[in-house]
Design a protein around this ligand. Structure first.
Ligand SMILES: C[S@@+](CC[C@H](N)C(=O)[O-])C[C@H]1O[C@@H](n2cnc3c(N)ncnc32)[C@H](O)[C@@H]1O
Length: 242
């Protein structure tokens, strides 16, 4: 049975509109490439309405301060790496931890070790999550984590605690040792201090990453992980290459 005349027209119409849309989007991308940074503008918009956006993001009811676009990337990384251990510094209410534990559940393996100076009530309780109270750079805490990850083949680290440069740099110097080759040390919130938001923050994660990389050639920035244009972690997806 052939298509009716009406059907042929509809099909043709769709092909033509799809072609025009493609031409329009490509031309738009081409001509607007130097005229204002749309991701930065969206980033500013997102950040300037915290009650609507980053302070109002939940995973299964638990509040997380992470950007959903980054959480999606975490899901992709965890699916690829199948880590035995994920370490997250900075837990807050535990929404990020709940998300990571759910993804570990989905791949059917892995434990999450989290550290925070505060032990907040009401955090998600999950077999895969261990909460440690203390500073991420405290020797006792680092020692405890080091014991817990002994023998693990794949370790992923996410740094999301105090976002001032000296602390982040210290965390990077300590936790990079735990990251296994091919895995990542993700440095969160490198968007502050004008990258592109909160220009008056002062030196933070972005500057810590710069300094760390100037002294360490075991990691490289994986820009592909910023594929969704907006990330809270610009230059923050660091892959261990040797
Ligand atoms: C941005 S919040 C973490 C957000 C969380 N990862 C999430 O997904 O929602 C930062 C957290 O770092 C914690 N923090 C601040 N300084 C710290 C330190 N020296 N060691 C560990 N945690 C710290 C704070 O108590 C706070 O809960």
């Amino acid at each position: 049975m052939g298509l009716s005349q009406d059907g042929i027209f509809r099909k043709l119409f769709r092909i033509v509109t799809f072609g025009l849309e493609l031409i329009f989007v490509r031309s738009y991308n081409y001509f607007s490439r130097n005229s204002g940074d749309i991701p930065a503008q969206f980033h500013s918009l997102y950040y300037s309405s915290p009650e609507r956006t980053w302070k109002n993001t939940r995973w299964m009811g638990c509040r997380t301060m992470k950007c959903p676009l980054d959480l999606w990337i975490y899901q992709e990384i965890i699916h690829e790496l199948k880590p035995d251990i994920v370490i997250e510094t900075g837990v807050n209410e535990g929404g990020g931890a709940a998300f990571l534990a759910s993804i570990l559940d989905s791949i059917g393996k892995g434990k999450l070790i989290t550290v925070d100076i505060e032990l907040l009530e009401g955090r998600p309780i999950h077999d895969r999550i261990t909460y440690i109270k203390g500073s991420s750079t405290e020797e006792k805490v680092v020692q405890q984590i080091s014991e817990m990850i002994k023998g693990s083949q794949v370790v992923l680290v996410i740094l999301d605690s105090d976002h001032n440069k000296p602390h982040v740099l210290k965390e990077m110097e300590i936790y990079n040792e735990f990251v296994t080759k091919g895995s990542y040390m993700i440095v969160e919130d490198s968007n502050v201090n004008g990258h592109p938001i909160l220009p008056n923050w002062g030196e933070g994660p972005f500057e810590a990453i710069q300094e760390f990389l100037s002294q360490n050639d075991s990691f490289e920035i994986e820009k592909d992980r910023e594929k969704f244009y907006m990330t809270f972690n610009p230059n923050g997806y660091l892959k261990k290459i040797n």
